[in-house]
Design a protein around this ligand. Structure first.
Ligand code: FAD
Ligand code: SF4
Ligand code: SF4
Length: 398
């Protein structure tokens, strides 16, 4: 419920920020009409805190009207003028996960797309599993902005009532999802590594206590149930060519004053080595067992010969063998290359969670009981300092 108290001074500041044209000024007082989605945008701008939104006691609520598994569609810049933005792969990974959940619940998978220009995104979203695309197309959505995007999403959620909503645990998803969750007064489970359905609820699993246990989290008292999932954690489904999604165009009246933060300049920081560890097809990773920075450098040569990039355990990063951008694992990057070669890495749980989705894992360790062998397809018990030069030599001969 939304209420305007008699503190209202009739300044009209709330009127242009309402994306749903839900505020009328009557007798110099703001009055909300039935179009209000409780998005909260007006609360933020009122200079005298005259507006309050009261949410119902969650446990007393009937959630039978909440249906559909939603996926937030993240767009990324391409640098190409004709198609300046494309859908981030994590969106397709989430659509695959959402498809399984929705099939079990017998609900729809809906993609939520906010953009300034539609480049026929629905074609790919449908092919990867969306039944429906809620699309808001507006000039003010030309770039991601926390206030604007969260306001629109909160409005859509209040209007259509999904049972769950998934976001990529990317910079954007990690900024957007908590804002939406706090506005809606719902929970959010960050960095989920597995999602399933249990008794009709979204079972969200994620490592806890430094990765030593897996926590299973349920949110029985609020809707939507919301999670972020890191890129490369969920396997992307094969696209089904010709499978289409119904596009539902949603309107939003977005005023510039909603945007409290303005981007004055953008600088894209590229790693000196141009590392793209999260999308690499081959990763040659080293750990503390590589012993020194000089010896670790041999992995660069090996990875070059294989057309891959170098990864590192946290211990290797802490020892200064490689910088943090290359760290694989819970507090580094989650990867899923076709081939993951590991040299002198023990296989601590925090490392494993970041690379276990790789197609083929080859591990070299001189300790036959090293836990890395539990996830490796091929294991070599031996000295990395002997094996790496031999591999380099063999590849050079080829
Ligand atoms: P060690 O565990 O010291 O293993 C070295 C291995 O090298 C041993 O198995 C040894 O048998 C082998 N070895 C030694 N010499 C040779 C040789 N000549 N040839 C072959 N093998 C040899 N770790 C990560 O990697 N990524 C993370 O993101 C991450 N996040 C963390 C987050 C938290 C909250 C915490 C608490 C820890 C995290 N860690 C992470 C640290 C993790 O627990 C381990 O300490 C770390 O992964 C160990 O790195 P390592 O395997 O290189 O070193
Ligand atoms: Fe305020 Fe949002 Fe309702 Fe408009 S829709 S009146 S901005 S809470
Ligand atoms: Fe009233 Fe606040 Fe709206 Fe101004 S911003 S009109 S004080 S409710």
């Amino acid at each position: 419920m939304i209420e305007v108290s008699n503190k209202c001074i009739g300044c009209t500041k709330c009127v242009p920020v309402c994306p749903f044209a839900a505020i009328n000024m009557i007798s110099k007082k703001a009055v909300m009409n039935e179009a209000c989605t409780l998005c909260g945008a007006c609360v933020q701008v009122c200079p005298v805190q005259a507006i309050t939104i009261t949410r119902e006691e969650a446990s007393a609520k009937d959630f039978s009207g909440y249906k559909g598994v939603w996926v937030y569609v993240e767009l990324t810049e391409t640098g190409d003028k004709t198609h300046p933005k494309k859908i981030k792969p994590v969106t397709f990974e989430l659509l695959g996960a959402a498809r399984k959940l929705a099939d079990e619940l017998r609900e729809e998978v809906c993609a939520v797309l906010l953009t300034d220009k539609d480049h026929n995104y629905a074609k790919d979203l449908g092919a990867y599993g969306a039944d429906k695309v809620y699309m808001v197309e507006h000039d003010e959505l030309f770039e991601y902005n926390t206030d604007v995007f969260s306001t629109v999403i909160v409005g859509l959620v209040n209007r259509h009532k999904p049972s769950s909503m998934l976001y990529g645990a990317t910079i954007q998803g990690r900024d957007l999802a908590p804002r939406v969750a706090s506005t809606l007064y719902v929970g959010l489970t960050a960095d989920c590594t597995a999602l399933a359905i249990k008794d009709g609820l979204l079972l969200q699993s994620r490592p806890a206590f430094g990765g030593n246990i897996m926590a299973d989290i349920l949110a029985p008292n609020s809707r939507p149930q919301m999670s972020t999932v890191r890129p490369n954690v969920m396997k992307m489904n094969e696209p089904v060519v010709g499978r289409t999604a119904v596009v539902v165009r949603e309107s939003a009246k977005l005023d510039k004053s909603l945007r409290r933060v303005k981007v004055l300049e953008r600088k894209i920081a590229h790693d000196a080595a141009g590392v793209k560890i999260e999308t690499a097809g081959v990763i040659v990773s080293g750990g503390r067992g590589m012993k020194t920075k000089e010896k670790f450098r041999q992995l660069e040569e090996l990875s070059k010969l294989l057309g891959g990039v170098v990864g590192a355990s946290r211990a290797a990063v802490d020892l200064g063998f490689k910088d943090k951008a290359h760290q694989v694992g819970q507090s580094g990057t989650t990867v899923s290359p076709k081939l993951y070669l590991s040299f002198g890495i023990s296989g601590a749980v925090q490392h494993i969670v970041g690379m276990k989705a790789s197609d083929v894992i080859v591990a070299v360790n001189k300790d036959p009981n090293a836990p890395i062998f539990n996830v490796a397809k091929y294991g070599i018990v031996g000295d990395a300092h002997e094996i790496v030069p031999k591999l380099i030599e063999a590849l050079k001969k080829k």
